[in-house]
Design a binder for this molecule. Sequence first.
Ligand code: CDT
Length: 361
Amino acid sequence: MSSAAHTSASTRKVIVAGAQLGAIHVDTPRSDGVKRMLKLIDDAHKQHVKLIVFPELAPVTFFPRHLLEGEDLEAYFEQEHDGDATQLPNLKPLFDKAKEYKMDMYLGYAECTGSDHVHYNTSVYFSGDSGQVISKYRKVHLPGTFEPYEREGATNQLEKRYFKPGDLGFQAFRAPGLVNDTLNKKSGVEANKLETLGKGDPILGMLICNDRRWPEAWRSYGLQGIELLLCGYNTTAWAPDLIGNDEKTSTPETAKAEALFHNKLSITYNSYANACFSINVAKCGVEDGKYPLIGGSCIVDCDGEVMIEAQTEEDELIIAEIDLAKCRRGKEKVFAFEKHRRVEHYGIIVEQTGVKEPDLL
Ligand code: CDT
């Protein structure tokens, strides 16, 4: 069968959900957040969802806006003693429920490693098929500052203080059982042969919040044939010290409109340019009466079009049936990397971090 025939004939359909969370306040017990998440899993199950995606640092308030130390800070972290996230006491009910429903799940949380007490902003991928966590991602791009802002009333974003940059890179992985009739090693075929491309178990990758603004992160996954990218976020709607402001974004309303626009711009363009679907999920609403976070959770198709977008800033499921076979067109034509990329000109991207302007005239 030619690959064009494959594109039109085959389907790799799966029903997926973004589980947006509304505000979680400083004094909201972790167990309340988890209870709300369990309800979303139940509702998703009733609608035949096979994969559910939660936001970044899902069950807690967005604590990097607060200057914390000692026990007050540690309280937000899941202390991972043996490396098996499914046994973390605060999160176990979520994994148990996903296991009961055989549902796959992306879950973001603050990780404290058991061995050396390192803090990461982490997400894990739980496979309902295998009943295990099959992939872990640690946020690479940490926004904000190490020191709090000096301006009184400024909203901090102290991720550089509280987390180490992720050390796992961008590792794509296959999710078993997410779609039917896939090729695997037992089929006696090899990966990376023309006739098997896009026919194995779905290829997924994870990002966390600020990572979604960096095309380098998406392209690292694109080069591994990713078909579905998952990303949870907490994006402040009004934080002039962090984002800067000018006449266009000088009010809370216009700044929020721009934050929503930049969210959508990042996820739609990069889904298109890597020919993958993406599920992008907010924690949103106004936390503690004064810290607004944008909503705008979206499922985006592999042509960069929004399939469904959240309508509220509360707990809300967005659900779509996606057909991963549709990724083949972009991967085989406009973004056939092996035919069109010119890596001999891309060295600057990895050799240089900051900007170096050309010499002055
Ligand atoms: N959580 C997180 O990474 N938030 C950042 C804040 C805005 S920086 C422009 C984000 O990228 O959404």
